[in-house]
Every structure is written in structure tokens, then in C-alpha cells.
Design a protein around this ligand. Sequence first.
Ligand code: SIN
Length: 288
Amino acid sequence: MTASGTSGFGAEYARIVDLAKLGAMVTKTVTPRPRRGNLTPRTVETPSGMLNSIGLPNPGIEGLLAREGRAWESLGMPVIVSIAGGSASEFRDLAAALEGYRGVSAIEANFSCPNVEDGMEFATDPELLALATGAILEVSSLPLIVKLSPNVTDIRPLAVAAQQAGAHALTIMNTILGMKIDVHNRRPFIGATFAGLSGPAVRPVGVRLVYQAWPEVDIPIIGAGGIACADDALEYILAGASAVQVGTASFVRPTAALEVVEGIEDYLRNSEVGSIDRLVGLAHPEPA
Ligand code: SIN
């Protein structure tokens, strides 16, 4: 899959990549009302990664559905719509608005955006997470994927809370909160001060979180964070991910997600494993 925020709302990416070859695309997050996003600068490169504080700019759910809602049907791949609200009822309203759009295959609830006020509130408190998950499920007939944050001491209670509230899958992880200071003007570099770190530098954190969460839940985990090639994706799969998302690498090579698919196919052809399902969680010790 493409990771949210890295391939627009679908049509933009379809011009570059044969979407039919990917498992799914996750849209940029949509919110109840249009947002302009954060002050600039919004991005900066870091060693083996980048910081972003984009601030969820988007046309709002009504604007998005008017613009793309029917086009998703003809994209030729499952579209997963990423949503973010400021309260459980806003999450519910967003999910309700997506009902009846045949081109939408699933919802990814972005409970973990580090770049908007209270954006991580839901992914750092198991009770709030369960409340918002339940609110979406009250109105939605779509599979619900809950996107968790790495900015917690222990991801396991959050993963369990999402599952108990009825989530169908988890995405682990969103970006890690960081910052850069401009040493010449002696001020924070990013307009919004703090920003989310992504790219290869964060992969070991994401792999660790998937590894920790996997024994605690029965629902599938989608691994995300710093995946740039097939071996990176396989690390996540061996840790317990059933699928992966490619994000920041697409800014360097827009075809990165396709290369990951092809690389995994090569790996399977050259090994005795047969099916990728047999690799999921294989890095864990055998139960005694
Ligand atoms: C952003 O738009 O600030 C990025 C969103 C996210 O990391 O959830």
C-alpha cells in the first residue's frame, strides 16, 4: 500500500504508477472541514529521513467527495480513505459521510497525527482510542484500520484497546515527533516548531513496535515506517505485519512501492517459503 499523505488522493498518483500492481492506496487524511495546513517551512531533510509538519491540508470531507468520490471507483485498486476528527463524534461523522461510496474499500482512522492540535490524543489514551473506534463502527460498514502512534511508552495497550473496540486491522506506525533548530537564526526551523520524523532512520522503531504488538492481537497489522525496498518490508512482515505501507521513499522514487512488490515477489520465487503468509511473525520464537 501507499502510506497516507504520500500519494495525494489517488488521481495524482495514478498518472505516475500502475496502481493495479499495488495492494491498495491510502489517501491523504481528510478532516470534517477544509484545512490550509501549517505555516512553512513544513519539511526538512534529516540524516536518512525527513521531518514534516504539513498540518493535514485537505478540501474537507464534502469537498473531497465532490472532487474524487466517484473517480475512486475507476482507479483500478482498493482505496482506503484516511480520516481525522477532533472528537469521537467528528470521526463518526466522517465515517458516515463515506458510506455508499463504492470506490472506498476501507477507512484508516488517523488517530496519530503529530502535527495538529491534539492530533495524537486518541492514539495515546486507550480509552479515547476505544471511544473513537466505537463511534466509527456505529455508522460504518467498511473495514476499519486504526493507525497507531510511536509516541507512546508502550504500544501494546493501545493495540489491544483498538482490537477490543472492534478495529479490523492496525497500521503501525505514524511518524516520530521531532524538531530541528536553525543554528543561524537560533529558532525552530519548522513553521509549527515540532514535526514528524519518517524515512529509513525510523524503520528500526517501527519494526520493534510491530514485533511488540503482534503477540498481543489477532487482527492484521500493517507495517509502516521507513520502508524503501523489499528487504525493509520483509523485516516488518517477519516481525508480524501482514501488509506494509510505503511512504517517504516515494518522494525520492515515486515507483518505490511497486519496487517493494516486485522485490517481495522475487524473494518468494527464490525461497522455499511459497506464500507470504508463512513469513508473518516468523522472527518470533516458536511457542514453547
Ligand atoms: C500532516 O499532514 O501533518 C501529516 C499527517 C500525519 O502524520 O498524520
